[in-house]
Design a protein around this ligand. Structure first.
Ligand SMILES: *[C@@H]1O[C@H](CO)[C@@H](O)[C@H](O)[C@H]1NC(C)=O
Ligand SMILES: *[C@@H]1O[C@H](CO)[C@@H](O)[C@H](O)[C@H]1NC(C)=O
Ligand SMILES: *[C@@H]1O[C@H](CO)[C@@H](O)[C@H](O)[C@H]1NC(C)=O
Ligand SMILES: *[C@@H]1O[C@H](CO)[C@@H](O)[C@H](O)[C@H]1NC(C)=O
Ligand SMILES: *[C@@H]1O[C@H](CO)[C@@H](O)[C@H](O)[C@H]1NC(C)=O
Length: 655
């Protein structure tokens, strides 16, 4: 456009052109903001009489201008970024042919009307996981935005992927170079999307801000950062970047060559490359502990085999190394302990194919299971080993294989493992394991879980049937003595009167009554044993709580039967004797309540039931208690079973 040429000319002509002959302008060097509206007045023109003013067609920017009356106007909007200066020449003519030129230079003022522009709005960078901190990830020139208004540009960086913000940063607010601020970890994230903002004004100021955005995708590639891991292994750091394996263990027979690869615990020798995207090949070798070169390891599979027999009973502690083929400095070492044992020809075996035990519900965990059949001995299982002359293998330990409600001690005692609630017969497999040869033999154990009555007989030995019999006897004897004494006293005082009245009364009555029977027994102190039983029986008979099952038990008692016989005898006695019997009965009731209190300690039942229970421990009245205890069985039992835990497998976890 030759702007600079005309600029130069305008400067030279400036003094001349401010006022030409015949015409003048208010301002020959006006300034106009860009993006003006059409018709914007640039200057006012004064024309002397006889003169006319026109825009010189040769003006470089004459097409931008029009003359409207006395005003010089811009005919269109002007963009500073296109035309920072406009030059227009006005010509003044008169009829006489005089012509003068007037040069006007219009300066366009720049406004902030443009956004910054990035060279690329979408970039992708692939970086290795082990990129060093402070390393440049995106060069400055790739992310430097330009601005047509030539504004100073301010930058800001954000990450769209959560928790990746502090890994990447720009060097400064005016320097958009992106660098790594924090060490990467492929397992934490392997992709990030950054948003870089370019702004042509400082954030927070009043002025207009134009913002441009560039998206930067960062793809992280796993690097060969970690040495192999032997599996299974346990993480020792919260970042889960270091995993340590425990010792592998195995056994060989003394003086015997194994042709197969040795079986090891907890599994075969196996290492992985934790940089799993790379999954570098790993080779195995024995680097220590292989005295006499007894063992060798397969480089590719890790299988451990024997070259020759082991002749000493000492264990071998081998060091097996796993190395990455691509970088031998990436290695790990695992310990392998090989025990040399005496050859075991026979597995442990149980002499008895089945063991039967019994235990009652509600006992604390670790309570003994007793031998079935009312024995007071704990149930104990024992296995024999034919490899030993006496068949006793000191290395045998016992455990229960398929029932977590029970446990076996190393010595073979069977214990409960939980508080049992269900009345059932538990069938389980008990195993005897030779901890040296690892051979096993098994047997079946059945445990009958009985009602809590067994609790009393098993754990509370204070009140046995015998004890209660003795107590009852003593009390009855005391009662008898008191009654006889009382009877004698009454008889001495009122004997004749009473005798007369009674004879009169009972001559009309049925022959034989309950009270009279009792009195008759009282008359014979020599029969103390029978009397004890009869008092007991009498107190029970009036009881409304007497149940058929308890009657059966009483019949089962040899001592009780004669008492019944005596009761069925019918005799008429004197009135005074009847009175005594009434007192007698009161005493008996007191005795009864004492007994009841004692028994209540064990059970909430009433005396009659309890007493029968005592009399016959194997009785059916177990079921009376069952009914009350059975209600909450199943729920709690299930809850207990749900408490089982499982171990975490790091192999699974990893993959
Ligand atoms: C990264 O650069 C900062 C600033 O120059 C410096 O303080 C820091 O030590 C550097 N970090 C590393 C790991 O080089
Ligand atoms: C050792 O001997 C036992 C019994 O013969 C056999 O079962 C076992 O496989 C042997 N162990 C090895 C490592 O050969
Ligand atoms: C021998 O190596 C193979 C292949 O790795 C493996 O599957 C097998 O379990 C190994 N055997 C033993 C006894 O370690
Ligand atoms: C192995 O057998 C030998 C000879 O029979 C015996 O002396 C030794 O105590 C046994 N070792 C073990 C650990 O049982
Ligand atoms: C345990 O194993 C024995 C014998 O194999 C079986 O009879 C019994 O039902 C099993 N018990 C449970 C609780 O699985």
């Amino acid at each position: 456009m030759g702007v600079s040429h005309w600029l130069l000319a305008s400067v030279l002509f400036l003094p001349l052109s401010v006022t030409a002959q015949g015409c003048s302008v208010s301002d020959s060097n006006p300034s106009v903001p860009e993006n003006n509206n059409p018709g914007h007045v640039v200057a006012n023109i004064s024309v002397e009489p006889g003169f006319t003013v026109t825009i010189d067609p040769s003006s470089p920017d004459g097409n931008y201008f029009v003359i409207q009356g006395s005003e010089l106007q811009l005919s269109e909007s002007v963009d500073y970024e296109t035309d920072p200066v406009l030059l227009v020449i006005l010509t003044c003519d008169n009829n006489a042919g005089e012509s003068y030129s007037l040069t006007i230079i219009v300066t366009i003022l720049n406004l902030n009307d443009n956004s910054p522009v990035f060279p690329e709005t979408n970039l992708t960078r692939v970086i290795p996981e082990d990129t060093k901190v402070n390393a440049t990830i995106v060069a400055r020139e790739d992310v430097t935005a330009s601005d047509a208004d030539l504004d100073i540009i301010y930058y800001k960086l954000n990450s769209t992927v959560q928790n990746t913000n502090d890994y990447f940063a720009i060097k400064g607010v005016n320097n958009p170079e992106i660098y790594l601020q924090k060490a990467l970890n492929y397992d934490k994230f392997n992709f990030a999307t950054l948003l870089l903002y370019a702004m042509d004004n400082i954030e927070g100021t009043d002025g207009i801000i134009h913002t441009a955005t560039a998206t930067i995708n960062i793809i992280i590639e796993q690097a060969d950062t970690r040495p192999p891991w032997f599996l299974p292994c346990t993480f020792i750091d919260t970042e889960r970047s270091i995993c340590i394996s425990s010792t592998y263990t195995g056994r060989v027979n003394m003086s015997e060559m194994s042709t197969e690869p040795l079986t090891l615990e907890p599994g075969p020798i196996y290492a992985i490359d934790p940089d799993y995207m790379l999954n570098e090949k790993i080779v195995y070798s024995i680097v220590g502990g292989n005295s006499d070169n007894v063992f060798s390891v397969d480089a590719d599979t890790g299988n451990l085999t024997m070259n020759k027999v082991a002749t000493s009973a000492n264990s071998y502690l081998l060091q097996v190394m796993a190395t990455q083929v691509n970088n031998k400095q990436k290695y790990s070492i695992a310990n392998v302990e090989i025990q040399v044992i005496n050859k075991s020809e026979h597995a442990p075996r149980f002499e008895s194919g089945i063991y039967a035990g019994t235990v009652s519900v509600g006992l604390d965990p670790k309570s003994f299971v007793f031998q079935a059949g009312g024995s007071s001995s704990p149930l104990m299982i024992a296995a024999l080993d034919d490899d030993f002359p006496d068949k006793i293998n000191p290395n045998i330990e016992y455990y229960i294989r398929n029932n977590t409600n029970f446990t076996a001690t190393k010595d073979g005692l069977i214990l409960t493992n939980v508080i049992l609630h269900s009345l059932e017969t538990a069938i389980m497999e008990a195993v005897a394991k030779d901890t040296v040869s690892l051979q096993e033999g098994s047997t079946v154990v059945t445990v009958e879980i009985t009602a809590a009555k067994a609790v009393t007989s098993a754990s509370d030995k204070i009140y046995t049937a015998q004890d209660m019999g003795i107590l009852g006897g003593i009390l009855a004897a005391l009662l008898l003595i008191a009654l006889v004494f009382l009877g004698v006293m009454i008889y001495k005082q009122y004997g004749n009167t009473v005798k007369f009245l009674i004879n009169k009364k009972f001559s009309k009555d049925f022959p034989g009554s309950y009270n009279n029977q009792a009195y008759r027994q009282d008359e014979h102190p020599d029969l103390s044993a029978n009397k004890q039983e009869s008092t007991v029986t009498k107190t029970q008979q009036p009881s409304l709580f007497l149940t058929p099952s308890s009657e059966q038990e009483i019949h089962g008692l040899p001592q009780t039967s004669p008492a019944f016989t005596i009761i069925s005898d019918q005799k008429v006695e004197e009135e005074e004797e009847e009175e005594k019997v009434e007192e007698d009965t009161k005493h008996e009731k007191e005795v009864k309540s004492i007994l009841k209190t004692d028994r209540n300690e064990g059970d909430p039942g009433y005396k009659a039931v309890w007493f029968k229970t005592d009399v016959d421990p194997s009785g059916e009245n177990v079921e009376v208690i069952n009914d009350s205890a059975a209600d909450y069985d199943d729920d709690s039992d299930q809850d207990l079973r749900e408490n089982e835990k499982e171990e975490e497998d790091y192999k699974d976890d990893h993959h």
